[in-house]
Design a protein around this ligand. Structure first.
Ligand SMILES: [Ca+2]
Ligand SMILES: [Ca+2]
Ligand SMILES: [Ca+2]
Ligand SMILES: [Ca+2]
Length: 368
């Protein structure tokens, strides 16, 4: 028999609206009213998942650090591997966090609006890399005789954070620390199971080979520390904060999809040359398996995030596909321009991976 503390699932059309008058086990924050939005503040002191996403990591999920580097020496990029070879995946189970509040999944992506999100990572290596708070263009990594080459204007390289995409049928909920680097083996480009993903020309792309492909990806955030001066060598135990640009509609879209799935995965992927026969000139970050983390001296990845969870899809988020605050002819034209299968198009108003008449109707229904 149901009582007041049980969740009531009401349906409007085919969309379940979750209402609950009081908290229940495993779901500590719930939506108060169908038309209202409730703010959920998430605080993860540790990740649910962290792993070194590198083809030759012996125990990628259990490694006590993750090193971020490129297979780049004086001879250029090694053609056997991604330009961004040593990467890190960090995941936060937003539907079932180890402590604190949760965000109920499966409400539909347009119900979630991330108002702020910051990831924190702590540097495990001592004075191995130089602080650079701005990403360097792919052009700085081309051969100096290349017509597009530009010298790097500032010392060091930024630590860049992206969303995470998956191959081979994996999803954020099925990708675990024990998942294979790639079912195709260790050698090859664009084959990793989990990869850093960002929107580029209206599609979600793997940014691991952006130098080969000659484009500058848009990271969700770059690692910052207000106490460091650009050009300064970064000491061990420095915490970098990544303030995620949730006002970028592509980033917001990625976060919404992840919250709907209940698992938020980020990828750290940068280009730091890895000179052979010398100590690393690239950063390493603590994972939750590091002894210093286990005994509480330092933290592995952390996340602070605020999410507005709406009882119903808001008109703005549903039909305002170009995110300019109004639903009008420009949204309609954006839908028509993106017609067809499109996994990450902004014009996919209902987030089902295809732009079609359903999205057109959402724009029309939320006009104004
Ligand atoms: Ca781990
Ligand atoms: Ca630089
Ligand atoms: Ca609009
Ligand atoms: Ca659609």
């Amino acid at each position: 028999m149901r009582n007041r503390s049980e969740m009531i699932v009401r349906r409007i059309g085919s969309i379940p609206v979750w209402l609950a008058p009081a908290p229940i086990a495993g779901l500590s924050v719930l939506i108060a009213a169908p038309l209202g939005a409730q703010t959920v503040n998430l605080s993860f002191a540790a990740p649910s998942l962290d792993r070194w996403n590198y083809p030759f990591a012996g125990n990628p999920g259990g490694n006590h650090y993750a090193a971020i580097f490129a297979p780049l020496t004086e001879a250029g990029f090694d053609p056997s591997f991604d330009n961004r070879d040593g990467q890190m995946v960090i995941g936060f189970d937003t539907a079932d966090p180890p402590q604190g509040t949760s965000v109920p999944p499966n409400l539909g992506p347009a119900r979630y609006t991330v108002t702020s999100a910051t990831v924190f990572l702590t540097v495990e290596s001592n004075e191995t890399f130089t602080y650079d708070p701005t990403p360097d263009s792919y052009r700085t990594w081309l051969a100096p005789d290349d017509p597009e080459y530009l010298p790097d204007a500032d010392a060091g390289h930024a630590v860049e954070l992206f969303g995470t995409g998956f191959r081979y049928g994996f999803t954020a909920t099925t990708y675990l620390e024990s998942a294979p680097y790639s079912p195709l083996g260790s050698f090859g480009k664009g084959i990793r199971t989990a990869y850093p993903e960002s929107a580029h020309n209206g599609q979600c792309v793997d940014v691991s080979n952006n130098v080969d492909e000659r484009f500058d990806p848009t990271p969700f955030a770059v690692g910052l520390n207000a106490e460091l001066t650009p050009g300064e060598v970064v000491p061990v135990d420095t915490e970098l904060r990544f303030d995620i640009n949730a006002s970028d509609p592509n980033v917001q879209r990625s976060l919404r999809r992840a919250l709907n799935e209940g698992m938020l995965d980020f990828s750290v992927a940068s280009i730091f040359p890895s000179q052979q026969q010398t100590p690393g000139t690239y950063p390493r970050f603590y994972t939750k398996e590091h002894l210093a983390v286990i005994v509480g001296l330092v933290s592995a990845a952390r996340l602070e995030m605020s999410v507005e969870v709406s009882g119903e899809p808001t008109p703005d988020s549903a039909g305002d596909v170009n995110a300019d605050g109004v639903v009008n002819i420009h949204d309609l034209l954006a839908v028509i321009a993106s017609w067809g299968a499109c996994q990450c198009c902004l014009a996919d108003a209902n987030y089902d991976g295809v732009v079609n008449v359903s999205d057109l109707l959402i724009v029309i229904q939320t006009w104004g």
